[in-house]
Write a protein that binds this ligand. Structure first.
Ligand SMILES: [Zn+2]
Length: 225
């Protein structure tokens, strides 16, 4: 038993669910959750098949990427996850996927505009494109860090996939599914050749304001404020 067990179980459950639901193929994608009160995360290991994992296979790594627990190497994208936790004090969990429709937009270089009210309220002002850098590099982590100030909960990694965050893993999972739904509808709408109508700007701004208030409350809870 270790104090990290509950985090490992949570990461395992979420990563296997995302795999079963087709958000990732093979060993792609990665899931992490912040350890309360520490600069550390529980994160999926690199290159291990999801369905073969047990809680003991989930890694615990410090923000400096040093391993605290685990027999495997932490995901190569752990640095990108840490960049999110450092840049966004409201983030309690981070998910990176190669989910299909977000990936379609990521390879045609089209950000997701704000289309629906539940999207604006949960994901923020659309999902912007993070410029390409090779997987697992500090450059990719830096490109992500440079986008976080817009307070969105979802981003598209150009020519790669999706990155979502949430106050906890349940919220991050919901955000990944909501992002996929919105990207799918947007791709279908683009395919009709008709003009796509984004949310009225005022409404998107008001919903974005409500999201930021929710994020501020999550950050305050985390810092004990
Ligand atoms: Zn990836």
């Amino acid at each position: 038993m270790s104090k990290y067990d509950r985090y490992k179980e949570e990461v395992l459950r979420c990563s296997q669910r995302l795999f079963a639901e087709g958000f990732n193929v093979g060993t792609s994608g990665n899931v992490s959750v912040l350890v309360e009160g520490e600069e550390a995360v529980a994160v999926t290991p690199s290159g291990r098949p999801y369905l073969d994992l047990s809680p003991a296979d989930i890694c615990v790594a410090r923000f400096d990427l040093g391993v605290i627990e685990g027999q495997w190497r932490p995901s190569v994208e752990t640095g990108m996850h840490v960049a999110v936790y450092r840049g966004r004090p409201d983030a309690g969990a981070v998910i990176h996927t190669h989910q299909r429709y977000a990936s379609v937009l990521a390879i045609i270089g089209k950000p997701l505009p704000p289309l629906f009210d539940d999207q604006a309220l949960n994901l923020g002002p659309g999902a912007r494109l993070v410029p390409y850098a090779p997987s697992g590099t500090p450059d990719l982590a830096a490109n992500v860090a440079a986008k976080l100030a817009d307070r969105a909960n979802a981003y598209l990694l150009q020519s790669h996939g999706a990155l979502v965050l949430g106050a906890d893993l349940a919220e991050a999972y919901r955000n990944a599914t909501l992002l996929e739904h919105c990207c799918r509808v947007y791709c279908d709408a683009l395919a009709t050749g008709s003009e796509v109508t984004p949310l009225p700007e005022q409404l998107a701004a008001a919903l974005g304001f409500a999201l930021r208030a929710k994020q501020d409350a999550a950050a305050a809870r985390r810092s004990g404020g």
